[in-house]
Ligand binder design. Structure first.
Ligand code: SAJ
Length: 433
């Protein structure tokens, strides 16, 4: 770690006359928290990763990982071996806290920030004067202020920063959204620019000390509310653009033209860059975050809401097209290639491919053959339906219909020779590439 960061951190805690147990505590060891903890540790910080799951804590302390992510296994085993990272179920005292817990959608597509609130309640008793609390979880606008409220209520002995506050606070509070792409997390954590929003400008500067120690990109300072909005806007932008591609694919089907040719040729215009259609949009980010923006301004967010609806509809549309193919070949079986929400990851959260497979398997049982190199067993929603999980070669031997739901690298060698005599439906344009 850069010496000035360490010196400044030590100085801030001098007033408290108590040394924190750790320099950084990362709350939540999931897809973002674990790589972030490991990257921080590899840059010299003494990090404690905190998780509610004893199993996750044991796995990490043994130098292992519980998620699939490029380069993460070696990184975690190195920083565990060097004792820069430890995992625990208990929140320690720390100079910096980073909250990286899930923020799912609640009933009626409303944001559920209960895990962030629980993290704030767990941190509050441990906070020392001079500490900095940073929320990284994608959150509805106003969440960082809510964290401030919780800490202020539980720690009346501390001056907690509030929006527009003048004078000195005892702790710092900031929002810094993660913006890394699954599959490239370890690299992007270091390379990407970061938007760091403080509840006050001093809070942003304090949080930036931590990020500047490991981020090669720029650290861009702003307010917590702006940073919260920026995160939601980034993912909504992508969702709207994917919705355009998905809608285009349905228009192309209706008018009988090849959407992949249309996109390829339209993209040769210097100011056109259409994304790729697929079976719908999945993952825990793009399929969820735009709803946080809609919840904040339901009347104004018309395009954002419609894009979500178009992308959700694309999964139903894809499913009905597969059902039509199966109805036209009543004795045939279909090989569904891929269940993950996008290529080359083991993440099935909000996956349209999984949703389609489950819906089909419920009605059509053993006519459904799944090929998914990123799982050894059928996911719960498919188990017991009669659907089977096989290798690609075994599926191609028996299936009359082949549907590409995910363009995993393991499928990309497929050519017309492998598929001769079969009915194919390629939702990703993989065979065309
Ligand atoms: N998809 C398409 N067509 C495309 C691109 C993507 O159908 O042309 C689909 C994918 O198959 C997948 C979904 O969209 O189902 C989302 O995939 P993605 O690669 O667009 O994004 P995520 O969810 O893996 O990661 C996004 C990223 N955000 C943006 O690119 C604006 C990432 O930078 C964020 O950090 C991440 O969300 C997050 O955690 O919020």
């Amino acid at each position: 770690m850069n010496a000035p960061f360490k010196a400044a951190t030590t100085e801030l805690h001098a007033a408290a006359a108590v040394t924190p147990e750790h320099e950084v505590a990362v709350i939540g060891l999931g897809y973002i928290g674990l790589p972030t903890a490991a990257v921080l540790a590899s840059h010299g910080w003494r990090v404690c990763g905190v998780d509610v799951s004893q199993k996750v804590v044991d796995t990490v302390n043994a130098g292992g990982i519980h998620i699939e992510e490029a380069d993460l296994d070696r990184l975690v085993s190195d920083v565990i071996a060097s004792e820069r990272l430890v995992a625990s179920c208990r929140v320690p005292s720390a100079s910096f806290y980073m909250i990286a817990v899930p923020t799912p959608l609640g009933p009626g597509k409303s944001p559920d920030i209960s895990f962030v609130e629980a993290a704030a309640r767990a941190i509050a008793p441990q906070i020392l004067p001079g500490s900095c609390v940073i929320v990284e979880s994608t959150s509805p606008v106003g969440t960082t202020e809510r964290v401030a409220e919780i800490i202020a209520k539980l720690r009346p002995d501390l001056v907690v920063p509030r929006d527009g506050m003048e004078g000195k606070a005892d702790i710092a509070l900031a929002y810094c959204p993660e913006r890394v792409l699954p599959g490239r997390i370890v690299r992007e954590l270091v390379e990407n620019d970061r938007v760091i929003g403080g509840v006050t400008p001093a809070c942003a500067e304090r949080a930036a000390m931590l990020y500047a120690s490991f981020v090669a990109g720029d650290c861009l300072l702003t307010s917590a509310r702006i940073a919260e909005t920026v995160k939601l806007v980034e993912n909504s932008f992508r969702d709207v653009n994917i919705a355009f591609a998905n809608e285009l694919s349905m228009i192309a089907d209706a008018i009988g033209v090849d959407v992949w040719d249309v996109i390829r040729l339209a993209n040769r215009h210097p100011r056109v860059n259409i994304l790729q259609p697929g079976p719908g949009v999945g993952g825990h980010c793009i399929a969820v975050d735009p709803w946080f923006l809609v919840a904040g301004a339901p009347e104004a967010a018309r395009l954002v809401r419609t894009a979500r609806e178009v992308n959700d509809h694309k999964a139903h549309y894809t499913e009905s097209r597969i059902r039509a193919l199966l109805a036209a070949a009543p004795d045939g079986k279909v090989a569904l290639l891929g269940l993950a929400f996008k290529p080359d990851i083991d993440d099935f959260r909000e996956s349209p491919a999984l949703e389609i497979a489950e819906n089909l398997a419920r009605d059509l049982g053993d006519r459904i053959i799944v090929v998914e190199p990123f799982t050894q067993t059928l996911p719960a929603g498919l188990a017991g339906t009669g659907a089977s999980l096989t290798s690609l070669d075994a599926a191609l031997e028996v299936a009359e219909i082949v549907v590409v739901l995910v363009d995993h690298t393991a499928f990309r060698h497929l050519s017309s020779d492998h598929l001769a005599g079969k009915i194919t439906f390629d939702t990703r344009g993989m065979l065309k590439r």
